[in-house]
Design a protein around this ligand. Structure first.
Ligand code: ACO
Length: 443
């Protein structure tokens, strides 16, 4: 099969959020720390009536409904997540409830877990399935979903929650550029979840940022090498019409874009008086050199605004959705642009999951505008949704976090929540019984 990739995207964003300017005041942080320093506007969150399974159910049911395809047309389904629930039992198995009802139990795939990278691992697996001898001609679905919550403290404002379900097949609207995947993996304790009694990770923020930027360097170099070998192309940032990144917070994305331009500068013979002094900074020092960072942010600003800023629409307003973030960036591009602006374009993607696993890859948008129009149309409701969410006071948000902490992994509960705080079509928990078995319903 040719042009394997994404045929449709379904994005689920919770109806409630807390505003970063209010959170700054509530947390006693200095004015501008979250809004300018981290570059965030809002953080989506869920109460204890939602969990990773309900988020995934919402996204998959929404995708099937909007695309109007038969449940028996799906042959592969994987979930990428780091939100742990039943440990040995995959979220994918819960999603099977939707398919069993329609007589389809022949669906490969389980869950992929490694911090924010699981969605990308699931996407690669689904694409590999379609390109392999195991393919039976049906579609695949990939779900990237997470509830990102941190303990009170400096990491808390970098949370978020959401899910993206992707329909994967041949003759895609966004086809993955075959062979152009570059991966960097290593063993680092920058962020991990050793305490299974808590939803919160153990995180070394500064280390995670350095690992992120190093992974970006290495995967970009690898991507360039592969493009030169396979396509005879000299890649630099001009090669991409749009560039998307995993976004823990938007400021890091702007720094990442600048970092790639810095790499281009190092690789080129062009001399710019202003920047030449940074050519000889040692690699290890370059990650923490503030002047270098500022110089390249300024140097790449116009290109960043054009190629990457539009991809931050959802992450800026919802926060880090871990595995779902990168795919919400891709969705944002199609919300922010008309089909005419996106047709035939090349989109770069950098996926990072702490621990660590990372890849750089790319998609080519179909040259057929008639196929692109419905794809964009299916995402257009997101602007209205983002603008019409319920802004919850930080005190209320804090209370909700406490409740999640208390109820985490508790059996025998029937959580409740005001109905107007859930969008139509949202799954939520009805009951957790004495054996920790959960039942769900759809609003
Ligand atoms: N006005 C404007 N900017 C400000 C202000 C202010 N009043 N106050 C601080 N800032 C800036 C800082 O200068 C800093 O900018 P810099 O990044 O350019 O240095 C930024 O705001 C953040 O301030 P810090 O003091 O560095 O923040 P802190 O250390 O308290 O926390 C961190 C930030 C480390 C990102 C924390 O939120 C965290 O640990 N998050 C989770 C880990 C994470 O997201 N890692 C990223 C990759 S891994 C992943 O995806 C999970």
């Amino acid at each position: 099969p040719d042009n394997v990739g994404i045929l449709a995207l379904e994005v689920y964003i919770p109806k409630t959020y807390v505003a970063h300017d209010q959170l700054e005041v509530f947390d006693g942080a200095s004015t501008g720390k979250y809004t300018i320093g981290l570059g965030q506007r809002g953080m989506g969150f869920c109460s204890d009536v939602e969990d990773i399974c309900s988020l995934s159910l919402t996204a998959v049911h929404g995708l099937m409904e909007r695309q109007n395809i038969s449940y028996s047309d799906i042959g592969h389904l994987q979930v990428g997540t780091e939100t742990i629930q039943d440990k040995s039992k995959a979220v994918k198995t819960v999603l099977m409830d939707l398919f069993v009802k329609h007589g389809n139990t022949d669906i490969e795939g389980v869950d992929c877990i490694n911090a924010c990278y699981g969605g990308t691992a699931a996407l690669f697996n689904a694409i590999n399935w379609i390109e392999s001898s195991s393919w039976d001609g049906r579609y695949a679905i990939v779900v990237a979903a997470d509830i990102a919550v941190y303990a009170s403290g400096p990491a808390r404002p970098t949370g978020g929650a959401g899910a993206v379900a992707m329909l994967i097949g041949a003759n895609a609207v966004l086809s993955i550029d075959r062979g152009l995947r570059s991966t960097y993996m290593a063993h680092v304790y920058d962020f991990y979840k050793p305490d299974l009694n808590s939803e919160y990770p153990r995180v070394n923020g500064k280390l995670s940022i350095q690992c992120f930027l190093k992974a970006l360097d290495v995967t970009y170099k690898g991507y360039k090498t592969k493009a030169a070998r396979l396509r005879n192309k000299d890649v630099d940032m001009d090669y991409f019409d749009y560039m998307t990144f995993h976004s823990p917070y938007c400021k890091l994305v702007q720094k990442s874009f600048a970092r790639l331009c810095y790499q281009d500068y190092l690789a080129s013979a062009n001399v710019t008086d202003k920047l030449e002094q940074y050519r000889h900074v040692a690699v290890e020092d370059s990650y923490t050199n503030r002047e270098l960072e500022r110089a390249f942010i300024s140097h790449s600003k116009e290109e960043f605004e054009r190629k990457t800023a539009p991809s931050l629409l959802i992450p800026k307003n919802v926060g880090n959705m871990y595995t779902a973030t990168l795919y919400s960036c891709i969705a944002s591009l199609f919300v922010s642009h008309s089909p005419k602006e996106m047709v035939g374009k090349r989109i770069g993607a950098f996926s990072y999951g702490s621990g660590l696993a990372s890849s750089m890859f790319s998609f080519t948008v179909t040259p057929d505008i008639d196929r692109l129009r419905p794809f964009c149309n299916d995402l257009s409701h997101l602007t209205h949704h983002l603008n019409n969410r319920i802004k919850v006071a930080p005190e209320d948000f804090e209370m909700m976090m406490k409740k999640r902490e208390q109820n985490h992994h508790l059996p025998n509960r029937t959580p409740s929540y005001p109905a107007n705080r859930l969008s139509q079509g949202t799954y939520h928990i009805v009951q957790v019984d004495e054996e920790h078995r959960r039942t769900y319903t759809r609003t």
